[in-house]
Design a protein around this ligand. Sequence first.
Ligand code: URA
Length: 235
Amino acid sequence: MTLDRILQSQGFGTRRYCGDLIGAGLVEVNGALCEDPREQFEVDGLRLTVDGEEWIGHSKAYLVLNKPVGYECSQRPRHHPSVYNLLPVPLRQRDVQAVGRLDQDTTGLLLLSDDGQFIHAQTSPKKKVPKIYEVTTAEPVTQAQVEALLAGVKLDDEPAPIAAAGCEATGEHSLRLSLTEGKYHQVKRMVAAAGNHVAALHRSAIGALVLEPTLAPGEWRWLTADELAALTRKE
Ligand code: URA
């Protein structure tokens, strides 16, 4: 792909603007100045410096973000800042979207991508990817509540009871819950239906992808090729 199109694809602006940046001598490729917008390169793995900003080329964006409390998973947030404000401008400009949503008061693992097929596949209920939630409860957890969550609880707008794929008490006021669907406020509604109340909610894993403690709240990183392969593997 030509360098001007590559910069455009990475979210650095229109093709003309990117051509101007290149012509102005503001773009380095693999450590060397490149002033020709028509020069061709492979996108993936390309080491770019664009007006001082270092950037690695990715033809599609697959990201993991540790969502902090008090952020909305919306492009047009109403009451809190948007998670998209936590991403650098080029990723916002290339239209990266959250893969499903977490509530503003939920923390933890959020995937984002600009690959529509990936987003669709990951959010499809057919895929049955387990999502692991660490729940802090308002009331002490009882064995009856754990059993109810595993057996299935009735939610208002659902015809049949919904069961957790896994549930265990992890402390007097905490539960680990595994869900394969992603219905609206599902954890909060299921825990309420079981007779308790969610005081705090954190997503710790999606399938084999576990949120590592070194990724601080508000930080993001690219998924590795192995992580992406594990998430997209066909059963
Ligand atoms: N279930 C909820 O209730 N909230 C979330 O943010 C995610 C799952």
